[in-house]
Every structure is written in structure tokens, then in C-alpha cells.
Ligand binder design. Structure first.
Ligand code: MRU
Length: 365
């Protein structure tokens, strides 16, 4: 299926960076695969087009794919043909299941889908038009809430950033990965506003290069000093005492604090421990999954071997070589100093701190 249209909007329409927004009755998604060379917008007019955008990583990042799933469901609800409420609910539930299968690791996606389903009341005192309206309002609320949550995490996290800090970050955790502002990158943004002497090292993040392509793009746009390094250079930089702090995001955090994040995060955690550098995970409560006791139970997505055997469309490995391409790894909780959330910094013992944080409200700061 082709996109209905692709339009280069770099110099039109928007002045502020964002990953996704309502363009009338359609969902506009900034195609992150084309960045930083081109700003291409995908105009998704139905649920299937948003599903494709999530699967192919036109939009990515745990909170952003949750928001995309919610907006997809609003499109889906609008298009459901149903004369009665029961049929509507059955068809909507089928769409929810479809959305949940798009990417398995980031729990924010399932979290958002569950909230969308919960927006449909079980009683009969309503009609199909009302359900469609409720679904759309819930999608809008999730987007607004994510921005507020990010700003709250950023305020709380900025407190632990030392003056003049040299910060390593991994993958992309900024505006492009969220509803706006970002998680780890949100902390960096807010810290930079009060301390313009801080500096960032962005790991390139093989194989999809979210760090090289997206994090540098966001930071440079904000005038925040950033140096791009290969993933392999992080250890050497730490050994030279060039790093004060590691800030990363998360895709799913188990009940004991084990954290799934972009492949290579675990390596960074081991290196940080070896060099006694604080390692913090910045994540909203929607990234925690109390149903999963530890990291071994988190499903880890494996992606197309071509992401590794090709570089910018050019083949770089012998044809037929066996490939293992996990998109995520698990950083054991023992390597993590704390979780920066919208309700405060969670410290050890993590199981207790996580239980308490998840009890305290629904996600709004
Ligand atoms: O495969 P991606 O690009 O969706 O992976 C993204 C990450 O691993 C991020 O670090 C994580 O989702 C946190 S984003 C705020």
C-alpha cells in the first residue's frame, strides 16, 4: 500500500519540531527514516496507514508509538461500520489487538491502547457517535498528557545534572520519540536552559542510527552542544574521564527495575558501572510494567537482518550471512542508579519504589 501523499514540508506549515499531529481528519506523521536529510510528512487517513508507519519505524520511540496507536484507533473508530453498540465494541476490540501487535517491546503502546479501550463505556446509555467522540477525545488527552509528563520529568531530572556536566545519551528520546520535549532528552533540554555549559555525547545507535540521525538533529536545532560518537567509543570516552552522567530512556521497565531499551544500552550500563558514572533511566510511569517480574520476561523485538547487512541501501555483508538483530536489550536493575519519573526519582530498592510510584495516580503530573 502506498502513502496517499508524501510532502516535503520543511519550510512550510510548522515551525516547531513534532513527530505527530492531527491534520484535519488525518494523522500527520514525520517520517523519521528520512531525517535528517529531508522532512517528509506522511498523511495517514486510515488506521492501516498508521499501523504501517509504526511497523516500519516512520514513527518510533516508546511514548510516540503509544500516541500514534491512540490516534490510529481514533481513525479506526471513525471508520467502523456498525449499527449497534455491540458490533462497534467488537470491531474496536479487534483494532486494539491489531495495534498491540505492531511492536512488542515498548509497553507504552499497550498502555495507550488499553486506555483507549477503557474510554468506551460498557453500559448501553450511549450511541456509536458518542463512542467515536469519546475515543477521539481520549487520543487527544493522551497526547496532551505525554507533554505534561515529559515536562515534569525534565524539571525533576534537571536537579541531578551537575554543573557543566558531560552527558552520554543513547538512541533518541526527544520530541521525535514522544508527544513533545522528550524523556532523557527532555531532562537535557531543561538542564541546558539553566546551565548552558553542559555538553552531550550522542551515541550513533547502530543499526538504525537514531542517535546519529535524530538526537544530533534535535540538539543542534536547539543549540545544545552535541558531539556524535560511535557506540564503540563510549568506553574510551569514559576511560578518559570525559563523562559525568549517563541518561537514557526505556521501552519497558519490569517490576524489579530491569529495563528494556535500545540495543546497546546494556553495554553502556556495564561501562558506566566500571567507571563509576551515574546511570539514570528517564521514563514516564506508562513505561513500567508491574505484570512483568524481571527483564527475562520482557519480549524483545528482532528486526529485519537488512538493517545490519546494508548501510544506506548499500550491501556491506556477504550474501546469506546469518544475522541476529535484536532491537532492544535488558539493563539489569543493579546497573541503574535511579529512575527519573514524573512523580519523582525512584531509588533502590526499586521494587518497592516502583510499586509506590504506580499507586500514586494515573500518569498526570
Ligand atoms: O526502536 P525505537 O527507535 O522505537 O527505540 C526507541 C528507544 O529505545 C528509546 O530509547 C525509548 O523508546 C525511549 S524514547 C522516549
Amino acid at each position: 500500500m502506498d502513502w496517499p501523499f508524501e510532502e516535503d514540508l520543511a519550510s512550510t506549515k510548522r515551525s516547531v519540531l513534532r513527530a505527530i499531529y492531527w491534520d484535519g481528519d488525518a494523522v500527520a506523521i514525520l517520517d523519521q527514516r528520512a531525517l535528517p536529510q529531508r522532512e517528509v510528512w506522511l498523511r495517514c487517513t486510515d488506521v492501516k496507514q498508521v499501523i504501517k508507519a509504526i511497523r516500519t519505524m516512520a514513527i518510533r520511540g516508546a511514548p510516540a508509538i503509544g500516541i500514534a496507536a491512540a490516534m490510529a484507533l481514533a481513525l479506526g473508530a471513525r471508520d467502523i461500520q456498525a449499527a449497534d453498540l455491540q458490533t462497534f465494541r467488537r470491531k474496536f476490540l479487534r483494532l486494539c489487538r491489531l495495534l498491540k501487535e505492531t511492536r512488542p517491546t515498548a509497553v507504552n503502546l499497550a498502555w495507550a491502547v488499553d486506555r483507549m479501550y477503557a474510554a468506551i463505556p460498557g453500559n448501553q446509555e450511549t450511541d456509536v457517535f458518542d463512542l467515536r467522540r469519546r475515543v477521539r477525545e481520549q487520543a487527544d488527552a493522551l497526547l496532551r498528557q505525554d507533554v505534561l509528563v515529559n515536562e515534569s520529568m525534565a524539571r525533576i531530572g534537571a536537579e541531578i545534572v551537575p554543573k557543566g556536566a558531560r552527558i552520554i545519551t543513547y538512541c533518541n528520546t526527544g520530541t521525535l520519540a514522544t508527544g513533545g520535549h522528550g524523556t532523557a532528552l527532555g531532562v537535557i533540554r531543561t538542564a541546558f536552559a539553566v546551565d548552558p555549559t553542559l555538553r552531550v555525547f550522542a551515541c550513533e545507535t547502530r543499526p538504525f542510527l537514531q542517535g546519529a540521525r535524530l538526537t544530533t538533529y534535535e540538539l543542534m536545532a536547539d543549540g545544545i552542544p552535541v558531539t556524535l560518537i560511535t557506540d564503540n567509543a563510549a568506553g574510551a570516552l569514559m576511560a578518559r574521564k570525559g563523562v559525568d552522567l549517563v541518561l537514557v530512556g526505556a521501552d519497558r521497565i519490569a517490576a524489579n527495575g530491569d529495563t528494556a531499551n535500545k540495543i546497546g544500552t546494556y553495554t553502556l550500563g556495564v561501562l558506566a558501572k566500571r567507571h563509576e558514572i551515574p546511570f539514570y533511566v528517564v521514563a514516564p510511569r506508562s513505561s513500567f510494567d508491574p505484570a512483568v517480574p524481571d527483564g527475562s520476561a520482557i519480549p524483545l523485538e528482532e528486526r529485519d537482518p537488512a538493517e545490519i547487512t546494508q548501510l544506506g541501501g548499500r550491501v556491506v555483508a556477504p550474501a546469506g550471512v546469518p544475522v541476529w538483530n535484536p532491537a532492544f536489550d535488558i539493563t539489569p536493575h543493579s546497573l541503574i542508579n535511579g529512575f527519573i519519573t514524573e512523580v519523582g526519582i525512584l531509588r533502590k530498592p526499586f521494587d518497592r519504589a516502583i510499586r509506590k510510584a504506580l499507586r500514586s495516580g494515573t500518569g498526570a503530573p
